[in-house]
Design a protein around this ligand. Structure first.
Ligand SMILES: NC(=O)c1ccc[n+]([C@@H]2O[C@H](COP(=O)([O-])OP(=O)(O)OC[C@H]3O[C@@H](n4cnc5c(N)ncnc54)[C@H](OP(=O)(O)O)[C@@H]3O)[C@@H](O)[C@H]2O)c1
Length: 328
């Protein structure tokens, strides 16, 4: 077997001319809101590790941290290497005190974009998402504001997150969409029915969050794991009662499949995800260097047909997991 590093794979962000790695770093955990033990030194080391791992896409948001902790850490970590990274941020949800508030009014989107650029220490990002629809604001108004931000050169492309295909169609009638961001993993595959076909038809990239189901599919949480009271994962149905037991049985099967590949469970899960039809990139959250080092190892190889069949039958036997939609 060759000792050479495999060529770094890149995939297109729709028709934007921007390309991204199939594994991206999700920068929500480093905000330190939903996860325990985040600290600046480890967060910066995690981001900086991406350069050598072939992970050239960072996903953040205006609302990742009450004071923009995630965007500020990205600026500090990248320093003068900012142009080597494709940065995506999101506008349309912000903090008010301890609460996350959805606000898609054009003036709010413009202000959040400007603040994100300041925090990131850049004059434009490669991708700016509409974080989520605001039921109080016509979609056309939010889309028009984002189109203007792109025309003003503040972002190279526009994305949309947490929306139905009907909402995507309205948005796209005003502003071209390069990427859609939705939850997706082995046990949460709703987007296969409508969103992925819509994105294929419109040449839009599909960026998926929760590929590890917030850590559950990384295979390291044991059956008797006691969640700290501050660990917000304990509020999700997949971490409770019968769902937790079924998910642990499923992870046990993944351990067997992973052993056949010579990779870890997290690498197997992310590899499967980035090779699913229509998927562009998996946004893998991490707050420690070793975590992104491990998930980056999902790139550069493929499952055999027999391994894939084994995994697909375990997924079919488990069926979709109970989940609760959350914007983070
Ligand atoms: N558009 C939206 O509304 C939206 C919503 C959610 C997320 N996102 C984006 O998608 C990204 C991914 O979502 P996520 O971070 O919530 O979930 P995720 O990627 O499914 O899981 C991340 C968690 O898994 C654990 N983990 C990571 N690598 C691991 C490894 N190698 N071994 C064991 N555990 C590992 C870590 O938890 P511990 O360190 O706590 O163990 C980490 O916080 C986010 O960071 C964000 O950029 C977007």
């Amino acid at each position: 077997m060759s000792e050479q590093t495999p060529p770094i794979e890149r995939r297109s962000l729709g028709a934007s001319g921007v390309s991204v790695s199939p594994v991206a770093l999700g920068c929500w955990p480093i905000a330190g809101v939903s996860t325990l033990g985040a600290n600046d030194a480890d967060s910066i080391a995690t981001i900086q590790a991406c350069f050598e791992l072939g992970v050239h896409h960072l996903d953040t948001a205006h609302v990742y941290g009450p004071s923009g902790e995630s965007e500020n850490l990205i600026r500090r970590a990248l320093g003068n290497r900012r142009n080597e990274m494709v940065i995506a941020t999101k506008c349309g949800i912000h903090y008010e005190g301890d609460l996350m508030v959805t606000d898609g009014r054009p003036e709010r989107l413009r202000a959040e974009c400007d603040e994100s650029l300041r925090r990131l220490g850049t004059d434009r990002v490669e991708l700016l998402y509409w974080h989520a629809p605001d039921p109080n604001v016509p979609i056309e108004d939010s889309a028009g504001a984002l189109r203007e931000l792109m025309a003003a050169g503040k972002t190279r492309s526009i994305g949309a997150s947490n929306c139905s295909v009907e909402q995507l169609a309205v948005f796209q009638s005003v502003c071209p969409i390069a990427a859609v961001q939705m939850p997706y993993n082995m046990l949460q595959r709703d987007i296969e029915a409508q969103t992925i076909p819509w994105c294929r038809e419109h040449h839009v990239a599909v960026m998926v969050y929760w590929p590890l189901m917030k850590g559950l599919l990384a295979g390291k949480l044991q059956r008797d794991h006691q969640f700290d009271e501050r660990d917000t994962r304990r509020n999700y149905p997949m971490y409770q009662g019968d769902e937790w037991r079924k998910n642990q049985d499923f992870v046990e099967q993944l351990r067997g499949a992973a052993a056949l590949t010579g990779h870890t469970v997290a690498q197997l899960v992310v590899n499967w995800t980035i090779h699913q039809p229509g998927i562009t990139s998996a946004l893998c959250g991490a707050k420690r260097r070793w975590q992104i080092e491990e998930t980056a190892g999902a790139m550069g190889w493929t499952l055999t047909a027999a391994q894939r069949t084994l995994i697909d039958s375990a997924i079919a036997a488990r069926g979709p997991a109970a989940t609760k939609r959350l914007f983070s």
